[in-house]
Every structure is written in structure tokens, then in C-alpha cells.
Ligand binder design. Sequence first.
Ligand code: HEM
Length: 74
Amino acid sequence: MARSATEDVELGGVRIPAGSFVAVSLGAANRDPERYPDPDAFNVGREDKQHISFGDGAHKCLGMHLARWKCGCC
Ligand code: HEM
């Protein structure tokens, strides 16, 4: 995903000046070993389902319920 910073912000110890272009990798975030145990294992029974594949916040995917229809895993 792409965003541009409208104001100076600090995230994870990194200063992002206003006007910067930021490329965010959701796939990398979903495999963060500090967030998920054994993040690279394919595990549809995983209890922690707080992934961000559908984004988050104001622009969270409007079609997520349709995409998940009959999925049952997340
Ligand atoms: C597995 C399927 C899908 C995935 C992984 C997915 C993922 C995403 C993600 C990550 C975003 C956020 C983009 C951002 O923040 O810049 C998004 C937004 C959006 N998605 Fe999906 N999506 C899926 C299916 C669908 C479907 C089926 C629809 C509609 C039928 C849909 C409609 C939208 C719309 C309209 C937005 C923009 C929401 C906004 O900006 O307010 N998506 N999607």
C-alpha cells in the first residue's frame, strides 16, 4: 500500500517527515515474528486472526466480508 505523510510522524523509531511517500508491506507485517509465533507456517487453525491483509482504519477493505464469504478460516 502507498501513503504520503501529511505531517511529521515517528513510527517504530523512524522519523517520517511531512510530504514523504511511504510504501507499506502488508505481507511483511503479517509475517512479523515479533507479532506472530511461527509466522511462516501455513496454519488455518491459528487462533490469532488479527492480520492486516484487508488493511485497517479509514480505508479498510469494503469487500472483506464478501471476500471471506464461506471461507471460515479468518
Ligand atoms: C482477498 C480479497 C481482498 C483483499 C486481500 C483485499 C485487500 C484490500 C486492502 C489491503 C485494502 C486497503 C487498501 C489501502 O488501505 O490502501 C482494500 C481496500 C478496498 N477493497 Fe479490498 N480486498 C479484497 C477483496 C475485495 C472485494 C471482493 C471488494 C469489493 C467487492 C473490495 C473492495 C475494496 C474497496 C472498495 C476498498 C477501498 C476502501 C477505501 O479506500 O475506503 N475488496 N482491500
